[in-house]
Every structure is written in structure tokens, then in C-alpha cells.
Design a binder for this molecule. Structure first.
Ligand SMILES: [Zn+2]
Length: 130
């Protein structure tokens, strides 16, 4: 008799367990519907994008993949290359990215012993690969 009760209890648990799975998908659908009702504006998407970009640059810096040469690390290299080597390129006398070049001309350069007159850029895309 005790066994029967246990089997019954397990059976009930299984039924509940299975039922629990089903409603899980429902709230997600609900969210999707809610998103459709309120389409994000361009400004909202940009705000989200900026947040993600900042997060990405922080991660890249932690991974030693963001070695930028201006005060607020450039967005250009993050968006175009997924990493930044502007500071080491600059020290080697190589071109920096367009944004870093503009940053230097605006006085935002952040590498010691470099003058803005020494900073160069290239208007050609991906010149290193050609
Ligand atoms: Zn750069």
C-alpha cells in the first residue's frame, strides 16, 4: 500500500513536471508580442548599441585586445576590427584609425612623447592586408 502511494506521488510529480514545461514557452511568446506592440525607436536601439559597445570594449581591454591611443577608446576599431592596435601602431610610426586621428587633432591623444603632428591615418580601408 505504501508503494502505491509513492508511485501515485511520483506520478503526480511527473504530471506536474511535464505541465510545468509547457507554460514556460508562453511567457516568451508574450514578451515577443509585447515587443511587437512597442517597436523600438532608432534612438532606443542606439542607446542599447552604445551600452553593448562599451561592454564589448571593456571585455576586449581585459582580453588585451584594445590598445587605443586616445582618451576615450575609439569606437571605430571596435566596430570595424573587433580590436584596437592604434597605440602600438602609433609607436611604430604606422597609421592610426580615422577616429583616433581625429581624436589626436582635437587634443585627445593619450600616448606619451607623441605630438598630434606625428599622427597619421589612412583613408584606405584595410591597407595592411593589401
Ligand atoms: Zn582606433
Amino acid at each position: 500500500m505504501k508503494h502505491f502511494v509513492i508511485v501515485l506521488a511520483v506520478g503526480i510529480l511527473l504530471v506536474f513536471g511535464c505541465r510545468k514545461e509547457e507554460p514556460k514557452t508562453l511567457p516568451e511568446k508574450h514578451e515577443a508580442i509585447a515587443q511587437k506592440e512597442e517597436p523600438k525607436t532608432g534612438a532606443m536601439l542606439i542607446a542599447e548599441g552604445k551600452e553593448k559597445l562599451t561592454e564589448a570594449k571593456k571585455k576586449l581591454a581585459q582580453e588585451d585586445k584594445y590598445d587605443c591611443c586616445i582618451e576615450d577608446d575609439c569606437d571605430y576599431c571596435a566596430l570595424h576590427e573587433g580590436s584596437c592596435s592604434c597605440a602600438s601602431d602609433l609607436k611604430k610610426g604606422d597609421h592610426v584609425c580615422l577616429e583616433c586621428y581625429a581624436g589626436w587633432q582635437q587634443g585627445k591623444g593619450d600616448v606619451p612623447n607623441i605630438k598630434k603632428e606625428n599622427v597619421t591615418t589612412s583613408l584606405l580601408k584595410h591597407e595592411h592586408h593589401h
